[in-house]
Design a protein around this ligand. Structure first.
Ligand SMILES: Cc1cc2nc3c(=O)[nH]c(=O)nc-3n(C[C@H](O)[C@H](O)[C@H](O)COP(=O)(O)OP(=O)(O)OC[C@H]3O[C@@H](n4cnc5c(N)ncnc54)[C@H](O)[C@@H]3O)c2cc1C
Length: 407
């Protein structure tokens, strides 16, 4: 990444995409696909194009009618509650299936808020034997020799978008068939997703692995063909590991007794910085609040977003371009590249106001400043106990009746 500087984001989109390439020469991968242009206006267009009835019928199929809202929700171009409200108003109970999917996002985030960095490590003992082999280059480069898995990895590395079912199959293949370390795999996967979201990603891997669920998730060829058709299998000459019954599969994958794994994820700590003695107040804009309608942007203080290498040096090009699209709509936000501490010190900041987040990295970065955390959007304002957060169906048992009630 370039040395500390204030950026001037080009209005013209093509110029903007090139500008991101120049400013982030280390960023790997393809340009952001036109279909995924970032920002609130594109988010609203996608939101208002949703057909929740067709979603209910087809979203499990790879060519089904899914919303593609995930990156817009991830970066805060849309809040989950506004997406929920728009769909509920338009489709009522016919949208239950989509509204429940929205709630999965809320659920994972509530777990992240409750557990913090513990979500990087196994939350519960695995219910089946897991393996902890390192992730191979064949996985990282999409060269497993299985057309289905290589296509999913190809989507990940090029567009950054993978259908939910394909995410589940790929993750299950890595964790249960290949017995690789889910934590390394989850980090790798999240780092390449356009919608990369620590809670939805890491907790989904834990759910599949059985370290945050009561059983592992596995699949066979029949499942794959049911939801993907013959697309991958038709010309496949590989020795298919999935072409077996569940009986054989379970005996093959889960014959060993489960053994607890003690290793936990090491979180890199930031250098200790001395507390700021400056006086200016600023709104710190982070990457979960990228909407021009965010209420903090109306406050009479400078608004500052920082591409800090600590957070963004490993991001793929398309994700940086997506974020830059979002920022280009937020006229009154100063955008910097550099170390957050140094940027805020140079701007004479002693106090920051920002939106609360479960991402403890932001808390650590802002610790030298007096920080006022303002509430983030909440899909449902209910206290959830540890028990209720232990499984989605318990969360939904409490949240569902409130969320689905006639308003
Ligand atoms: C291994 C694995 C990793 C994942 N990593 C991420 C991630 O990093 N970021 C992310 O946003 N989602 C993640 N998901 C959840 C889900 O796959 C994506 O949210 C979804 O595929 C995005 O596409 P869509 O917007 O078209 O989804 P749709 O099916 O149209 O759903 C609408 C919205 O509901 C939410 N949603 C739907 N399913 C889930 C789910 N299972 N968990 C959480 N939210 C959900 C998303 O916000 C999504 O945008 C992951 C799932 C798995 C199995």
């Amino acid at each position: 990444m370039k040395p500390m500087q204030k950026l001037t984001i080009p209005n013209d989109r093509m110029e903007r995409l090139h500008y991101v390439k120049r400013m982030f020469p280390q960023a790997k991968g393809d340009d952001l696909n036109g279909e995924w242009a970032g920002g609130r206006s594109n988010a609203l267009y996608k939101l208002h194009s949703i057909d929740a009835v067709s979603y209910a019928e087809s979203h499990d199929y790879l060519d089904g009618s899914v919303t593609h809202l995930s990156p817009y929700l991830r970066y805060g171009c849309l809040t989950l509650s506004e997406a929920f409200a728009v769909i509920k108003r338009k489709f009522g109970l016919a949208a239950e299936s989509l509204l429940m999917q929205f709630s999965w996002r809320d659920y994972w985030h509530q777990v992240w808020f409750a557990k913090g960095n513990a979500i990087y490590s196994e939350i519960e003992p695995p219910k089946v034997a897991l393996g902890y082999a390192p992730l191979t280059d064949a996985i990282k480069q999409g060269e497993t020799g299985l057309p289905c898995m290589d296509a999913f990895i190809g989507d990940l590395l090029t567009t950054g978008y993978v259908h939910n079912h394909a995410r589940m199959w790929l993750a299950s293949y890595i964790v249960h068939y290949l017995k690789m370390d889910w934590r390394e795999a989850a980090d790798w996967f999240e780092a390449h997703l356009l919608d990369g979201d620590i809670a939805s990603n890491h907790l989904s891997w834990q759910w599949l692995a059985s370290t945050f669920s009561s059983q592992p998730y596995s699949f066979n060829k029949e499942d794959l063909v049911a939801y993907a058709g013959e697309k991958y299998c038709a010309g496949c000459t590989a020795n298919c590991p999935f072409d077996v019954s569940y009986e054989v599969l379970n005996a093959r994958l889960f014959a060993e007794p489960a053994a607890a794994e003690a290793k936990s994820h090491v979180i890199k700590e930031l250098p200790v910085r001395s507390a700021s003695t400056h006086r200016a107040v600023a709104i710190y804009v982070h990457d979960e609040m990228l909407s021009p309608t965010n209420s903090l942007l109306t406050k009479p203080f400078p608004k500052i977003f920082v591409f800090d290498p600590e957070l963004y040096s490993n991001w793929p090009l398309n994700r940086l371009q997506f974020v830059m699209d979002c920022l280009s709509e937020m006229m009154n936000v100063e955008v910097w590249i550099g170390d957050t501490y140094e940027v805020l010190m140079q701007r004479g900041v002693g106090e920051v106001i920002t939106q609360t987040t479960a991402n403890l990295k932001f808390k650590e970065m802002l610790s030298p400043f007096l920080t006022k955390w303002q509430p983030a959007d909440k899909l449902v304002d209910l206290e959830m106990s540890a028990q209720e957060l232990q499984r989605f169906f318990r969360y939904w048992g409490k949240a569902g009746p409130v969320l689905m009630a006639d308003s």
